[in-house]
Ligand binder design. Structure first.
Ligand code: ZN
Length: 354
């Protein structure tokens, strides 16, 4: 373990500023496991953890990184492991941390737990050669996926499933507008919409990303431009009706177009605000069109098991898979943060431990 290292945010600063340090990985407490990380994936949360979030105090110093996969290297005394996960074997990590004892946890809504947190945000995360996680957060890696693929899976697929299934109640034949089709969560949503029998209209930032969206099952792809014109194009594609569901994670820049593109009786589900957290809109658009707006944040851990079982049913032709943009060495984690922030890639940015 002499080569163990991790990245630390010791004080908030620009994206790409976490510093590398050697460390001695701790032994896991009962109920916890230590994972020798072989791959980790970046999320927007890595960037916010680095920059700091106004009005939100993070427990610094902190190792970022919500997603990861590797080998189960050690477990705390008397600790049992979930089905399909063994000591010494491979596993991927569910990023949500909850108390397990409150009413929300007991009914399975762990993401509504008052003490809910995310790995790499509430405690040290996966931008390290070793990470401690509750044993209950370990999951078997589907099929013959690589560690890089496994690391790129949990957070965005959990988020997209929660938004489309429990929150939007997407039905076969319905149309979904997916903003940021080339993002990690967008690339997951496009595949899930198709797997659920829906029709996806993707919005991307450049022509180069359009073909990738078609490959993932999008029926139509629009290149982002002036928002009013874009909402008009969405209505044209849907016989002037608008989409049944808007998959929002972009925030202020797209909110007006989301309302405009949403059908009467449609649903807007949002899980993020990368372009800005504050917006105003005409309430008449909301009530006259009878639109439902739902916020979403992560999702039930149970859904990751649902997704794994869906993959196990069709091993030869999996209905969805993680989309990898670029794989860095873990030593280059700060550069991977900058790459994610630049937003030019398609899919998940991953770091591997050589
Ligand atoms: Zn709880």
């Amino acid at each position: 373990m002499s080569e163990a290292f991790r990245f630390r945010v010791t004080q908030h600063g620009a994206v790409g500023t976490p510093t590398r340090e050697a460390f001695v990985p701790a032994d896991p407490e009962p109920g916890w496991a230590r994972i020798a990380v072989k791959a980790m994936a970046l999320n927007r949360l890595d960037l916010w953890t680095t920059e700091g979030i106004p009005g939100f105090a993070l427990p610094l110093p902190l190792t970022p990184g919500c997603d990861g996969a590797g080998f189960v290297e050690a477990v705390g005394q008397g600790t049992r492991l979930p089905q399909g996960v063994e000591l010494g074997g491979s596993a991927m990590i569910a990023p949500g941390l909850s108390c397990g004892l409150c009413p929300a946890c007991l009914r399975g809504d762990d993401m509504l737990c008052p003490s809910y947190g995310i790995l790499g945000h509430a405690c040290d995360g996966t931008a390290a050669t070793h990470v401690l996680v509750p044993a209950a957060n370990l999951l078997p890696i589907p099929g013959n996926w690589s560690f890089e693929q496994a690391a790129a899976f949990p957070l965005v697929f959990l988020t997209a499933w929660e938004m489309l299934v429990p929150k939007a109640a997407l039905r076969p034949g319905e149309t979904v507008l997916v903003w940021g089709g080339g993002s990690g969560v967008g690339s997951a949503a496009l595949q899930l919409v198709k797997a659920l029998g829906g029709t996806a209209i993707a919005v991307v930032g450049s022509e180069a990303k359009a073909i990738r969206c078609w490959e993932l099952g999008a029926e139509h792809v629009l290149v982002r431009g002036e928002m009013k014109a874009l909402a008009g194009k969405v209505r044209d594609l849907t016989g002037k009706r608008g989409v049944d569901v808007v998959f929002e994670h972009t925030g202020a820049a797209t909110w007006g177009a989301s309302l405009s593109a949403c059908a009467r009786g449609g649903r807007i589900v949002t899980c993020g605000a990368t372009t800005g957290r504050e917006t105003s809109f005409d309430l008449r658009a909301l009530f006259a069109k009878q639109i439902q707006i739902r916020g979403s944040y992560m999702g039930r851990r149970e859904h990751l098991w649902t997704l794994i079982s869906l993959l196990a049913q069709r091993p030869a032709n999996p209905p969805f898979r993680p989309v990898l943009d670029r794989v860095f060495d873990l030593a280059d984690y700060p550069a991977a943060q900058c790459h994610l922030e630049a937003g030019q890639g398609f899919g998940k940015v991953v770091c591997r431990v050589p």
